[in-house]
Structure formats: structure tokens, C-alpha cells
Design a protein around this ligand. Structure first.
Ligand code: GLA
Ligand code: ZN
Length: 669
């Protein structure tokens, strides 16, 4: 367990370093991450390396009991390098080349950049291989985290894409067939003829576009792995990780995480997650589920955030709350971004633990308290995370929808979030998995809009349901094959056996035709006796369903398909499949989710008022409950059995009163 901060000694005079280390130690911090943007300091001129400043900082920190994680500095190649090799700059979709003076401006496939990368990473790894105060490495920084999301359209990427396709399809006839290039006379007779999906006079082939998104994701992973390999060979015995960005869409994090010891992510609840505790929870759950093991928060918000425009200041208590929320969801180390707010550069308003003046204030005091709390929870860091419910999110589906949203209102991640939010509000633990994960340990898998399918996924879902699982699918599931081509069979094609209903027709919202068209297509009325009677809304898309072996759980009200099934239930083996033909409003999703959990006998350990989150961990086979009050008001939670709060040692018999943004970690006694 580490608790630390992202530290930039290169931004402050040497005389200050000792004071920083002293203050860190006094706050209970035991780790820093450093140097991820400091290439210009490590190699001021080509071939002349200088790590002396970093050695000194590491040493001073070590004298105060603080270990170091070093970032490889490749997110910010220095001016001398970019001036010498402008071909390294990333080229965006419109053909504009990036330029110097910011960060993440390089292309992932340029060979000359790979060779400079190898050199600096090797030097760094050699220099620190035997330094025991350096415990691990972070490769680069937030791959894809820039305006283009790392999608490069340069000549090198173009050639690399063609080679990637050749390795995938082997023959052009297979590629032509898989993509359906007979459409618009696009048959290729040489690999060199294949374009990138540039903006063009009319849309590109969606199969080509999906493959490009897969290729560019692979290109970043390959670039990461080039560094991982050097770090492992030259500096063995230290961990290697990367800092991810939660639901970030353009890199397949499951594949990116594979060669890493553990994954980390950067958590800014008041910035990128828009202050939505469920969105933060979902990003944590996605990150943990990638490797199904504890992860790190490598950057945890520690003050008001923003680059040129700044957001709201965290309320007193929130920094601690976010820390404990991260731990609850499976993080075992927290690193705050950043130690001291910088006086210059693009992030002068991205506040750290210390303000610009370097004097410890209320944020410092709060982090000190969070560090004390973390120490009390040390034993829980590797405890089990019991989740019997999974929400499925596929990168391939995400990219296929990016190429063709099909409805102007369809947002795959929003759809997933609606289901996640409902389940999360019902206080059950959730994993956020990709289709490649194991399904056996779950009782419920919610896989909204599973647009693409392949035989492997279909077979494993069938097995899961046959064994007694509940699967929820929704509109636009099973539409296409893995190469983004519509299936020949009646929809939902290969999922038809599971769903027990066929799709006779469908409609999308009309905002594509007219911006004033209504967002709502119909109402949805629950008709099944086991469901609470409720009338909700159908928007984005409506499938018009014919029942086969399935029965109706809800019917449409209104529009030309008035009275037809909107939600169906099909028994399959020992389990059941629910198909939701439309995008439901939140209350409808919540009611449906309640019923699903009930039918699977899944009970939340506690009921809570809105804005109070419960996460269950298991330590020595016994439940430990994190109770997190995200409200700015006090909250009362009734508890079924006597409990002890590990943080305060207070005992409760029937009721727990939590202050605004306060947290209790209950051991049931
Ligand atoms: C990201 C980066 C950091 C910093 C923070 C704040 O997450 O990794 O370097 O830029 O955001 O903007
Ligand atoms: Zn490129």
C-alpha cells in the first residue's frame, strides 16, 4: 500500500526539495511519481544524459521514507529531437501535422521515434536498475490522452495499417470479401491501394474504419510494449504500469493492461467525471476488472482542476471521500496529482495538495487524515471484491458505433452508464468487463447494445445462460459480425436463440432528418405481473419485436407499433434472457434492474438513501462494508446487525449517521 503524490522537482529550486520531502513525510506520504515529462532534463542535448538532479531528488525523498515511481518521459519529446525529426509529429484526420509546445504530439508508429525511445528508456532503466528507492516504472503518460485521442493519419501509420491488414487477412480476397468491397467499386488488388478512413466526399467503408480503430489501438499497445520489454530486461524486479483514463474510448485497455504488473488510472471526480459518484465508480470497476486484481490511482484529484479554465473547488471532506472510494473499489495505492500547484506552464490552475505559495493548508490536512485512514485499512487492500453482476463494454462495439452511430441519439457509453447507474444505486458490487472476460462467476450479465458478435462470444453467453445466468441485451444487439458487416439472418441473428424473439422492423429517432424531431418515440408500459406497474419512455431506437419462445415484460404505447412488445423475457436452459428493444428512461431501468436482482436472489447488504454508496469487500470470508456519503448533507443509514467502524472504532447497533462526505468502513459483529 502506497500513498503519495505526483512530484515535479524540476519545477522548483533545489533548496526547496528537502522541505517538500519533510512535509510529505509529516503527512504520512511514502511515494512519489516523478519525471514523466522531464526528457529535456534527462537528455538536454542529443546523446548527453544527466540524471544527477533526479538522483538527488530520489535520495532526499528516500531519506524521508519516500519511494519513487519513475515515468518514462516519452509523452514530451524535447525540442531538439522534434526540430531534427519533424516527421515524428502526429498527423490528424484532416491532415494537419501537430507542432511543438504542448505534449502527446508524436505518432506511435514512426521508426525513428522508436529508436530515440529505446535509447532514453534504456538509459533510464540502466541508471536506476540497482537503485532500491526506485520501485517501479510508469510507461509514458496517458496514451491517447489528447485532442486526436492518439489517432494518427500520417504516411507511416498508413503503411503500418496496410501491413496490419495483411497480417490479419493474409490475402486480399479475404479482405475484399470480409469488408464487402463490391460496394462502390472498392475491390483492392494491392495492399498499397488501401486508404486510411480520411474524411472524404462520402462515408468510408465501416469495416475499414473499424479495422483502423483496432489498428491504431494496437499501434499504441505495441509502442508501450517496446518500452515494457526494455524496462523488464534492463531493470528487472521493479513493477511496470501505465496510467489509464477510465472509460477512455480509443485504446483497448484490456490488451494494453496484459503485459503490465497492474494497471493504474487517473481519477478526477470533479473534472472528467462531472462530479457523478456513479461515473467514478464505473471507471474504478472497469479498471479493476481489466486484470481482476488491485490497481493504483496514479493521479487522484487533490484540488480545483482545469487548465486554462478552472472548475469548482472540492468541498472539505471530498478529497478523503474520493480516496476511500478508490480503496473501496479495489485500489491499493493512491497518488495525488500533484504535490504543489505549478507557477508556470499550461497547468497553473490545476491545483495540487499545496497551493502556489507552497504553504500547507486545508487540503494538506485532509490528505494527512486520508493517509491515516488508509493505514487502518491496510489489511483490506488485497481482500476479495465479490461481484456477481457484470456490465459488459466492448471496445470493438464502441468503435463500430463510432463509425456508424445508426441513431443520432445513440451513445453506447451513455447506455451502459444508465444500466450501471441503476445497479449501482441498488448497492450491489459490479464488475465492468469486456466480452473476452470469464462469465462463469456472475449471476447477471448486462450487455446493452452488443452490436457485434462472434461465435466465441455467442457460445459463451449461451453457456452462461444455460447454467442459470440472467443476460440482459438491448436494441442493436447481434446486428453485425466481427468485421462490421450486417448478419444475413433475421435479427438478432446469432443471438436469436437466446432472445426468443425476432426483430420485424425498427425505427430510430428523427433528429437526423430534423433537429426538432422529438427525442421520445413511444412510451413503454410494464405488463408482467412480477414487475411493478410503470409507464416509462422509449427513445433513441425502437425494435419492433415478434415473440417466438419469449414473453412480453413490457409493451410500447403509442406510435405505429402501439401494443407490440418492448421488453421480452426468454427462458433458456436454467437461465433467462431479457431483451430491451429501446433506450429506457432511468426509472424504468431501475425497476427492471430491481426485478432482475430479485429473481437472481441478489440482495444488497444495506439499503441506503440517494447519494450514499455501499461497496462490499470480503476479508477472512467476512463482509466489510464501505459506506460512502457523497451528499453535502448528513445521511442516516440503517444497519441490520451491530457493526464496528474500522476508521473510528465506533460501534453501531441499528443506525449509522454520516456527516457530509464522510465514510464509514463497517465490520459486522
Ligand atoms: C492528466 C495528466 C497529468 C496532468 C493532469 C491534469 O491526467 O496525466 O499530467 O496533466 O491530467 O491535467
Ligand atoms: Zn502516424
Amino acid at each position: 500500500m502506497y500513498i503519495g503524490s505526483d512530484y515535479y522537482p524540476e519545477h522548483w529550486p533545489r533548496e526547496r526539495w528537502r522541505e517538500d520531502a519533510r512535509l510529505m513525510q509529516a503527512a504520512g506520504l511514502n511515494l512519489v511519481r516523478m519525471a514523466e515529462f522531464a526528457w529535456d532534463r534527462m537528455e538536454p542535448e542529443e546523446g548527453s544524459f544527466d540524471f544527477s538532479w533526479l538522483d538527488e531528488a530520489i535520495q532526499i525523498l528516500a531519506e524521508h521514507g519516500i519511494k519513487t515511481v519513475l515515468g518514462t518521459p516519452t509523452a514530451t519529446p524535447p525540442a531538439w529531437l522534434m526540430h531534427k525529426h519533424p516527421e515524428i509529429y502526429l498527423v490528424n484526420r484532416e491532415g494537419r501535422r501537430a507542432s511543438f509546445g504542448s505534449r502527446r504530439h508524436y505518432c506511435p508508429t514512426i521508426e525513428v521515434y522508436h529508436s530515440y525511445t529505446r535509447k532514453i528508456v534504456r538509459k533510464l532503466a540502466e541508471h536506476y536498475a540497482s537503485n532500491e528507492n526506485v520501485i517501479g516504472y510508469q510507461v509514458d503518460n496517458e496514451f491517447g490522452g489528447s485532442r486526436t485521442r492518439g489517432r494518427c493519419y500520417c504516411n507511416s501509420c498508413h503503411r503500418a495499417f496496410q501491413q496490419w491488414l495483411e497480417a490479419k487477412y493474409r490475402t486480399l480476397s479475404r479482405l475484399n470479401e470480409s469488408w464487402g468491397t463490391a460496394f462502390w467499386s472498392q475491390t483492392y488488388s494491392a495492399w498499397e491501394q488501401i486508404p486510411l478512413p480520411w474524411p472524404n466526399e462520402a462515408p468510408a467503408n465501416p469495416s475499414l474504419e473499424l479495422d483502423y480503430y483496432r489498428f491504431i489501438s494496437d499501434a499504441w499497445i505495441k509502442y508501450q510494449n517496446l518500452q515494457v520489454e526494455i524496462l523488464r530486461n534492463v531493470s528487472p524486479g521493479k513493477f511496470v504500469t501505465h496510467n489509464l483514463m477510465g472509460l477512455f474510448p480509443s485504446i483497448d485497455y484490456r490488451k494494453l493492461g496484459e503485459p503490465l504488473d497492474f494497471v493504474a488510472w487517473d481519477n478526477y471526480p470533479r473534472f472528467s467525471q462531472h462530479l457523478d459518484p456513479a461515473a467514478v465508480a464505473m471507471a474504478h470497476d472497469l479498471t479493476r476488472s481489466l486484470k481482476n486484481r488491485p490497481f493504483w490511482v496514479m493521479e487522484q484529484q487533490s484540488g480545483p482542476a482545469g487548465q486554462n479554465v478552472m472548475g469548482t473547488a472540492p468541498s472539505p471532506g471530498e478529497l478523503r471521500l474520493w480516496t476511500l472510494q478508490s480503496i473501496a473499489h479495489g485500489a491499493d495505492s493512491i497518488v495525488y496529482f500533484r504535490w504543489r500547484t505549478c507557477r508556470w506552464g499550461a497547468e497553473q490552475y490545476w491545483h495540487g495538495i499545496l497551493p502556489h505559495d507552497g504553504k500547507p493548508g486545508h487540503r494538506y490536512a485532509e490528505i494527512k487524515r486520508a493517509a491515516q485512514d488508509m493505514a487502518k485499512l491496510k489489511h483490506l487492500m488485497c481482500s476479495a471484491y465479490p461481484a456477481q453482476v457484470a456490465v459488459m463494454r466492448s471496445y470493438d462495439v464502441l468503435w463500430a458505433f463510432e463509425a456508424q452511430p445508426t441513431s443520432a441519439d445513440l451513445d453506447y457509453d451513455q447506455e451502459l452508464k444508465s444500466y450501471y447507474r441503476a445497479l449501482h444505486s441498488l448497492n450491489v458490487n459490479i464488475d465492468v468487463i469486456t466480452p473476452e472476460a470469464e462469465y462463469d462467476k456472475y449471476k447477471v450479465i448486462v450487455a446493452p447494445s452488443l452490436y457485434l458478435t462472434n461465435d466465441d462470444i455467442v457460445q459463451r453467453l449461451e453457456k452462461f445462460v444455460a447454467a442459470g445466468g440472467t443476460l440482459l441485451l438491448s436494441f442493436r444487439s447481434g446486428v453485425k459480425d466481427w468485421e462490421n458487416v450486417v448478419h444475413e439472418e433475421t435479427l438478432p441473428a446469432h443471438l436469436a436463440g437466446l432472445v426468443g424473439a425476432s426483430i420485424a422492423d425498427y425505427t430510430s429517432t428523427g433528429r437526423f432528418e430534423s433537429p426538432n424531431a422529438p427525442a421520445q418515440l413511444a412510451e413503454v408500459e410494464f405488463v408482467h405481473p412480477e414487475l411493478t406497474s410503470y409507464r416509462g419512455t422509449a427513445s433513441v431506437w425502437c425494435d419492433i419485436l415478434n415473440l417466438e419462445s419469449a414473453e412480453a415484460l413490457a409493451r410500447y404505447h403509442g406510435n405505429f407499433f402501439n401494443g407490440t412488445p418492448a421488453i421480452t423475457l426468454n427462458k433458456h436452459g436454467n437461465g433467462s434472457v431479457i431483451y430491451v428493444g429501446t433506450s429506457l428512461n432511468d426509472v424504468a431501468i431501475r425497476e427492471l434492474s430491481k426485478w432482475i436482482l430479485r429473481t437472481q436472489g441478489l440482495q444488497a447488504p444495506l439499503g441506503t438513501p440517494t447519494g450514499v454508496e455501499i461497496i462490499e469487500r470480503r476479508y477472512n470470508e467476512k463482509p466489510v462494508l464501505f459506506v460512502l456519503n457523497h451528499n453535502s448533507e448528513r445521511a442516516t443509514v440503517s444497519i441490520p446487525t451491530a457493526a464496528r467502524d474500522i476508521l473510528t472504532d465506533q460501534r453501531y447497533n441499528d443506525e449509522l449517521l454520516l456527516d457530509p462526505f464522510d465514510v464509514a468502513v463497517l465490520e459486522l459483529v
